[in-house]
Write a protein that binds this ligand. Structure first.
Ligand code: AIR
Ligand code: ASP
Length: 318
């Protein structure tokens, strides 16, 4: 793939054309801005962290049926994506009050929402990204009602996937911002997913683990971004479940019978019975051990075992 001319430069990313039709390269910068560009700085290693984290998160979302612009990671700081015609609307999903919402509603920081909120904002630095009502969006001609409904539904689905994902990594996903665009008439999730665009709080210590460290001059910004990436990269999170499936007593087990015959003819006369079953392992996230036992029982009944002729035993380990 050939990297061609710069087609767009944002505050944290550059977008380059390529020789592949419809595909572009997003290059993530270390530059950091806040308060609509009024505060500026750099966060060493941020480009690398945000590119890699976006790559991982978009792949997870794709696996769960969300259409994203993601194609692949090209280098430590570059991601290949589909080119989208971006909506000039930003969607923010909030699970907890923080930042501008805490101010707007007069809520104490970290007040939990009754249910996740979705808000629309105008992507306009000159105007300071103001919050928009649907009427404003119609007036500005930024998106149709049907498109807003679809984007809001996708945003809530992303929240359903990512809130438990971060929880399993010891982080509260307090809020996040998404941007969408059109490709061949279809809505795709674009932009990035990184500590630049969300609020993450350590579950144990309450520590701020996102761009608020830069906004509020809290220090240890680089280290925090690296720590979030480390947790996101870690595979072994959640519950490990082992399932042992074996033929029920008294049920004909042709594989076991054949093995028994073969063992005897090989001279292992001490063997008097063989049962051949299967061993399955699963990894689950966003669920407690008790509920996991119930759910896996259901999986066995419906798919993983044949309850008419097989027994199964489930082990859940944290
Ligand atoms: N956000 C909004 N505009 C740019 C960004 N990155 C993100 C913030 C925060 C959420 O949207 O990073 O996670 C809500 O921001 P605020 O300022 O409205 O409280
Ligand atoms: N990224 C936006 C800016 O540069 C908003 C923010 O993150 O605070 O102002």
């Amino acid at each position: 793939m050939e990297k061609k001319e710069l087609i767009y430069e944002g505050k944290a990313k550059m977008v380059f054309a390529t020789d592949e039709p419809g595909q572009v390269i997003h290059e993530f910068k270390d530059d950091a801005t806040a308060f609509d560009g009024k505060k500026r700085g750099t966060i060493a290693g941020k480009g690398t962290t945000n590119a890699q984290m976006s790559d991982i998160i978009f792949r997870i979302l794709e696996k769960r049926g969300i259409h994203t612009h993601h194609i692949k990671l090209l280098s430590e700081t570059e991601m290949v994506t589909w080119w989208l015609e971006m909506f000039k609307v930003e969607l923010i999903v909030r699970n907890y009050a923080a930042g501008s919402l805490a101010k707007r509603l007069g809520y104490a920081e970290r007040t939990q929402m009754k249910s996740p909120l979705v808000e629309f904002y105008y992507k306009s630095d000159e105007l300071g990204d103001p919050m928009l009502s649907r009427e404003h969006i119609h007036e500005l001609g930024l998106a149709s009602d049907a498109q807003l409904d679809e984007m809001a539904a996708i945003a809530l689905k992303v929240n359903d996937i990512l809130a438990p994902y971060f929880e399993a990594r010891g982080l509260v996903l307090a809020d996040f911002k998404l941007e969408f665009g059109l490709r061949e008439g279809r809505i795709y999730l674009g932009d990035e997913f990184s500590p630049d665009i969300c609020r993450l709080w350590d579950i144990e210590t309450g520590e701020i683990m996102d761009k608020d460290r830069f906004r509020q001059d809290l220090g240890r910004v680089e280290e925090t971004y690296a720590e979030v990436l480390r947790r996101v990269k870690e595979e072994d999170f959640g519950l490990k479940v082992s399932i042992y499936v074996s033929p029920k007593k008294g049920v004909l087990d042709p594989a076991g019978q054949a093995a028994l015959g073969a063992l005897k003819s090989l001279g292992f006369g001490e063997v008097t019975g063989v049962q051949i079953g299967k061993y399955i392992t699963l990894r689950l996230e966003g669920i407690d051990a008790e509920k996991a036992g119930e759910r896996v029982g259901e999986m066995c009944e419906r798919l993983l075992a044949n309850p008419i002729i097989e027994d199964y035993r489930i082990d859940v380990e944290a």
